[in-house]
Design a protein around this ligand. Structure first.
Ligand SMILES: Nc1ncnc2c1ncn2[C@@H]1O[C@H](COP(=O)(O)OP(=O)(O)OP(=O)(O)O)[C@@H](O)[C@H]1O
Ligand SMILES: [Mg+2]
Length: 227
């Protein structure tokens, strides 16, 4: 459904993304892993149009989206969350969600239940814990009409309970036919839910495969664990 072909991006002298090619297949959970600074978030920003690649092509279901403005890419079906949570703190839960889609209270309650966020709709986002704000952001990205959901480190800084819930959420998304591209540092989490894992190192794809093949790959262990 999504394919990157030879995508590169430099920031000054830093090759953040270096001739990256990979594919995200429909109805899979595909995870991008790799050390800090490997280029994962830059790839997300390129896919969603916030950063323009220096070269390469990006296709979403046979449509080249590389030169589209971010709002057009969102309209084409890509919904995402951010590594640093971006909720509107001085707005209520409900208003934060209405930004994604004009939904009625019932639909909003359903989506909040699906992410285990049990709070009154009028609660201000600033009154939520960090983990709950992440769930709110996830709810917003789910509510946005999309064919591909991209999550940048959804478990970062959230407690073990929310982490478990996130796993359940992702499993049920997959069961419902959704396609997810995930950036994640928590290896146990990644290996437990991914169909495909793509390992990035210094902007390059180091290895791609099923979790069981990734965990025993020597190159991956060296790059990722610094062994
Ligand atoms: N806007 C920018 N300006 C300059 N350099 C940048 C910019 N964005 C990213 N970089 C650099 O590009 C490289 C890749 O960064 P990126 O944020 O994509 O890494 P990452 O894999 O998401 O890392 P992390 O796991 O720490 O989130 C880093 O060296 C970073 O400093
Ligand atoms: Mg990142």
């Amino acid at each position: 459904m999504l394919s990157l072909n030879n995508v590169s991006k430099s920031f000054g002298g830093v090759k953040a993304v270096d001739k990256c090619s990979f594919e995200v297949k429909e109805n899979t959970i595909t995870s991008l892993i790799g050390p800090n600074g490997a280029g994962k978030t830059t790839i997300f920003n390129i896919i969603s149009g916030l950063t323009k690649a220096d070269s390469g092509t990006i296709r979403l279901s046979d449509r080249n989206i590389a030169d589209l403005a971010p709002y057009k890419i969102a309209k084409a079906g890509i919904s995402r969350t951010f590594q640093l949570t971006k909720v509107f703190r001085n707005m209520s839960i409900k208003d934060n969600l209405l930004i994604a889609k004009n939904a009625n209270d019932n639909d909003i309650k359903k989506i909040l239940e699906s992410v285990y966020l049990h709070k009154p709709l009028e609660t201000l986002a600033s009154e939520l814990s960090y983990g709950q704000q992440r769930l709110l952001e996830l709810a917003r990205s789910l509510l946005m009409p999309h064919s591909l959901l991209m999550l940048d480190e959804p478990t970062a800084g959230v407690n073990p309970e929310i982490r478990r819930e996130l796993k359940l959420i992702l499993r049920s998304l997959k069961k419902n036919g959704k396609t997810v591209l995930l950036i994640e540092h928590d290896m146990e989490f990644v290996m437990g839910i991914s169909d495909v894992v793509i390992v990035l190192n210094e902007g390059k794809v180091l290895k791609e495969g099923k979790p069981k093949d990734i965990v025993k790959d020597k190159k991956v262990l060296e790059a990722y664990l610094g062994k």
